[in-house]
Design a protein around this ligand. Structure first.
Ligand SMILES: [Cu+2]
Length: 289
């Protein structure tokens, strides 16, 4: 005979299940991710206000109306109760009002194009998804990186997001809000990292064979270390111009991060304007045009 499981192992199991959430959306490193996590928890609490009583009542009614309970009344003619109707309709109505309310407030509060209120001036990073790697252009610093995103802590970042090929999705779970990267589109997302760390960034959208390796490191560093990173990047690597970009745009997977010491001005705008043109240029065999 096997011993029944001890109750003490239940919390341990729950803990084990939660360990997988560390370094994910439940471990926010900035205000947007933190706000989205409380939105998630509040929605869960509102939904549990219905789910828990329903489960309790389902078990309670089954137990109370068991065959051997002489005190449970059998009422075959019973049809209507105004008080019961009020109860069963008012609780879901309240849940919808609360869920809709926090959803409405949250979607305005954490609207991706809405700048983050901050004393520090926002910085711009241009994100281009490629098959299957990420290009990050720092227009103010005049540098670019591949598969590595370095951000200064405490500085709001305005991301401009596009794709040079198929649709992808830019997502750093610990910073918040995933945004689609689409050819010809110029999407905006504001995020801020409030503590130093290395955060996992990924494409949250299936886009083909090499997609599984299409992740990057988002590294939040103190402002002084960010200045050092910029200075170091300026001193190494190739320069990125349009022909260089067309070469970079060739399909490759699992690319080791590296940086460009210089970037052609307005390269991001050219990529958006040409929306996917490099693909037909590099793989042009007469089918298009
Ligand atoms: Cu999708």
């Amino acid at each position: 005979m096997t011993a029944p499981p001890r109750l003490g192992s239940v919390p341990a199991l729950c803990l084990l299940a939660l360990v997988g959430c560390r370094s994910g959306v439940l471990d926010p490193a900035g205000p947007i991710a933190a706000g989205e996590r409380s939105l998630l928890f509040n929605s869960l609490a509102i939904m549990l206000m219905i789910v828990i009583p329903v489960i309790v009542m389902a078990i309670g009614f089954a137990w109370w109306f068991r065959a051997s309970n002489e005190r449970a009344k059998h009422l075959p003619k019973w049809a209507y109760s105004g008080r019961l109707e009020l109860l069963v309709w008012s609780i879901p109505a309240l849940a919808i009002i609360f869920l809709g309310g926090i959803g409405w407030i949250g979607s305005h509060e954490y609207d991706p194009p809405k700048p983050i209120a901050s004393r520090a001036r926002a910085m711009t990073v241009e994100v281009v998804s490629l098959d299957w790697k990420w290009l990050f252009i720092y227009p103010e610093q005049g540098i670019a990186t591949v598969n590595r995103l370095v951000l200064p802590v405490g500085v709001p970042v305005r991301f401009r997001i596009t794709s040079a090929t198929v649709m992808n999705s830019f997502f750093v779970p610990q910073l918040g809000s995933q945004i689609y990267a689409m050819a010809g589109m110029d999407s905006t997302l504001h995020l801020r990292a409030d503590r130093p760390g290395r955060y996992r960034g990924l494409s949250a959208h299936y886009s083909g064979e090499g997609f599984a390796d299409m992740d990057f490191i988002a590294q939040a560093v103190p402002p002084a270390a960010f200045a050092q990173f910029v200075a170091a990047a300026r001193g190494q690597g190739p320069a990125l111009d349009w022909p260089g970009f067309v070469a970079l745009n060739k399909q490759s997977t699992d690319v080791t991060p590296y940086s460009y010491r210089a970037v052609q001005p307005r390269l991001y705008d050219i990529i958006v304007a040409r929306s996917g043109a490099p693909v037909s240029e590099t793989a042009h065999d007469g089918r298009e045009h």
